[in-house]
Structures are given as structure tokens and as C-alpha cells.
Design a protein around this ligand. Structure first.
Ligand SMILES: Cc1cc2nc3c(=O)[nH]c(=O)nc-3n(C[C@H](O)[C@H](O)[C@H](O)COP(=O)(O)OP(=O)(O)OC[C@H]3O[C@@H](n4cnc5c(N)ncnc54)[C@H](O)[C@@H]3O)c2cc1C
Length: 353
């Protein structure tokens, strides 16, 4: 079939890339993706947890439901980008508290998780020794959340870019400086015209010369550290309250770990020594064997958060432009469900002629 409609995706993070995959499957549509450095935004920093249960928050029921719907959607994405199902790692999360006050916090979290209808099991070191292997001896009990899973965002982004290129999606490695309601997209190199435009720009604020939107985003910074230690078997993701602070570790197998801490309402990209020191100290307290690990990369990124903390997909009024962002702490988890909704909206815009 001859290509008759041109679609632009602005932003090649996980949200834009998975949406571009869906859009590349619409008949008679050609896709152009603009990003000066695809895959290097928040997506690059993400640990890849698909942890709807562990992420349950009292005021985020909508996001929880979307995450649950989205997790199986990764298998459909994998099938289309040539990744084996085994890369959806259904390891579950072991959630623990370090001291007595942390364990009380864990009890409160258990009520929240149950209120969301998620599966949660009380586990004890004496009964489930393998799950607790390597954790500090203080940690004798915890919650196991069997439905949580993880993917490796690096693997996924690489495969997505390769498949999109092989499908004829054209990558323009430039920043979009303006976008009109009629679908004119400009970089410093020139302007191209599209039948529909998707803005998937993550935490970047839309400048005045973009269509006016109802929603906006604020950046919430986070860091992850990549560690390696030999001779450690695969295990569940570990989440912990450590003297009131959040800590998580994803055991990616072969001794590779990604660790991180809670979100911070700040946007400076610099990483402070004290912040790293706290993260590494919490890691060594919860998982003492990590003290001997080798530090690889430190990654940082800005999570795109909306006013309600929920993701949004909107069409800018009287325009050919859709805007998808606000995926906050869950962009990897939500990308499949978000991309399906986006493709539907873009199709509606295209069908208008
Ligand atoms: C430390 C950390 C850990 C995280 N861990 C997890 C996790 O375990 N699980 C999970 O589900 N989520 C996690 N997240 C959240 C997740 O990473 C984000 O929700 C997700 O990456 C958002 O994707 P995005 O595509 O909207 O944004 P981004 O990945 O930031 O991509 C936006 C892209 O838009 C491009 N762009 C912006 N403006 C323009 C422009 N004008 N022109 C062209 N291109 C432009 C940027 O270059 C960038 O590549 C984590 C985030 C952080 C920071």
C-alpha cells in the first residue's frame, strides 16, 4: 500500500518508542521520530521494575489499574521486537523493613497493597530461606509480592530502535524547537509537515511555541547505580524501608544489580556525594554482600510527573497534536498500555483527513 499519511513522534524515550512501534503498524502511515539522543532520558536511568504491587500508594488507584493492564502488554511488544518472553522476569518483590519502625511502616504498606487488591504473602526467613539469602540477619520477615516483574530497559530500547529503523521509521536526531497545531514540526535545520504529531517529551516542559495543553509536567529526579558482584544467585527484587528511607535492588542475574532510592522533588541533574553515600550505605545494610561489589555506572534521570501523579494522554484543543506524558515512576511499566491508547487517538486524528 502506498504511504499517504505522515506522523511525527517527538521524543524517543520508552513512551515515544513504544508508541512509534504501534504507529508503524497503522496501514498507509509513515513515522518520523525526532530526538537528539533517543533512549537517554529518564528511560536510561530506570531500573525496569514492573512493580505495580510494590508501588501501590493510597491515592494512586488509577495508575495501579493501568500498570496491571500494561505488564502483560510487554509480551506483545517483545514478540514484535524479537525479544524472548523469558526477558519478562517474573521474580516478584520481597519487601522488608530494616528496624522495628521500618517494619511498622511495612505493615501500613501491606494494608495499602491489600486495598488495591494485589496479592501479598507474609514470609519469614525461617520458612523461605532462599528469598532472604544475603539479606542482613536483622531482617527475618517481609512481604512477598508475586505479581511484580522487571525488564531490562537497555535491552528493550536497543531492540525497539533496531526494529523501528528496519520498518522504515526515520530517526531525526535533532531537538524540536516548535510545533504548530496544524502539524508543522521545526528543528533548527528546517520544518516538516505531518498529518498528526505525538509529543512524548518526558519531563521537558513544552515551550510557548508548542500547542497549548491542559496538562503539564514537573521533573522528579532519581538516580540508580549499576553494581557487579560475583557468585550471587538470581533472586527476587528487594525493596526496603531503611530507617525511614526507601531502597530497592533489582537482581539482574550474573551478579549484576541495579539499586536506587526514593523519588525526589527536584530537577537538578547533579549527583551529590552525600546522596550516593546514603544509597550505598543502605545497600550494604540491607544486602551486606553488596559491600564488595564493583560500581559500574551511576545514572540519573527526571521522571515526568503530572499534577495528579497520573499519566495523561490529551489532544491539544483544535489541533493535530497529541501529548502523552506524566508516566512518573511507572513509565517502563505503563509504556505498552499508553502506546495502545496513543495509537487509537492518533488514528482518530488521521481519520479526520
Ligand atoms: C532513577 C529512575 C528510576 C526509574 N525506575 C523505574 C522503574 O523501575 N520502572 C518504571 O516503570 N519506571 C521507572 N522510572 C520512570 C521511567 O523511567 C519514566 O516514567 C519513563 O522513562 C518516562 O518515559 P518518557 O519516554 O516519557 O520520558 P524520557 O525517557 O525522559 O524520554 C523523553 C525523550 O524526549 C526527548 N525530548 C524532549 N524534548 C524534546 C524535543 N523538544 N525534541 C526532541 N526530543 C525531545 C528527550 O531527549 C528524551 O529522550 C524511573 C525513573 C528514574 C529517573
Amino acid at each position: 500500500m502506498s504511504v499517504s499519511k505522515r506522523v511525527a513522534v517527538v521524543g524517543g524515550g520508552i513512551v515515544g518508542l513504544v508508541a512509534a512501534l504501534e504507529l508503524s503498524e497503522l496501514p498507509g502511515v509513515s513515522v518520523t521520530l525526532y530526538d537528539p539522543a533517543p533512549g537517554t532520558g529518564a528511560t536510561y536511568a530506570a531500573a525496569g521494575m514492573l512493580a505495580a504491587a510494590a508501588e501501590a500508594r493510597p491515592d494512586e488507584f488509577e495508575s495501579y489499574e493501568l500498570q496491571l493492564q500494561s505488564i502483560p502488554g510487554w509480551l506483545s511488544v517483545f514478540a514484535r521486537i524479537g525479544i524472548d518472553d523469558s526477558h519478562l522476569h517474573r521474580s516478584g518483590t520481597l519487601y522488608v523493613g530494616f528496624d522495628a519502625s521500618d517494619r511498622r511502616q511495612l505493615e501500613q504498606l501491606r494494608s495499602v497493597i491489600l486495598a488495591h487488591g494485589a496479592e501479598v504473602e507474609n514470609v519469614r526467613r525461617s520458612d523461605d530461606f532462599d528469598q532472604f539469602a544475603g539479606l542482613h540477619p536483622n531482617i527475618q520477615t517481609g512481604l512477598f509480592l508475586p505479581t511484580d516483574a522487571w525488564v531490562d530497559p537497555d535491552l528493550v530500547v536497543k531492540a525497539l530502535i533496531e526494529v523501528l529503523k528496519s520498518r522504515g521509521v526515520s530517526f531525526v536526531e535533532e531537538t524540536v524547537v516548535s510545533c504548530s497545531s496544524e502539524g508543522a514540526v521545526s528543528t533548527n535545520a528546517g520544518t516538516s509537515h505531518f498529518s498528526a504529531v505525538l509529543l512524548a517529551t518526558g519531563s521537558a516542559a513544552l515551550a510557548a511555541n508548542f500547542p497549548r495543553t491542559v496538562n503539564s509536567v514537573r521533573p522528579v529526579r532519581g538516580i540508580t547505580a549499576h553494581l557487579h558482584v560475583s557468585g550471587v544467585p538470581t533472586g527476587p527484587m528487594v525493596r526496603a524501608f531503611v530507617r525511614g528511607r526507601d531502597f530497592y535492588a533489582v537482581n539482574r542475574g550474573d551478579g549484576n544489580f541495579v539499586i536506587g532510592a526514593s523519588s525526589e522533588e527536584r530537577s537538578e541533574m547533579g549527583v551529590e556525594l552525600g546522596e550516593l553515600e546514603r544509597l550505598f550505605r543502605d545497600a550494604s545494610e540491607v544486602m551486606p554482600f553488596l559491600e564488595g561489589s564493583v560500581v559500574g555506572e551511576i545514572r540519573r534521570g527526571l521522571r515526568p510527573a503530572s499534577a495528579s501523579n497520573d499519566p495523561f494522554l490529551e489532544r491539544a484543543p483544535d489541533s493535530r497534536v497529541a501529548y502523552s506524558s506524566g508516566h512518573f515512576r511507572h513509565g517502563i511499566t505503563l509504556a505498552p498500555v499508553s502506546a495502545s491508547a496513543t495509537a487509537q487517538l492518533m488514528k482518530e486524528i488521521l481519520d479526520e483527513g
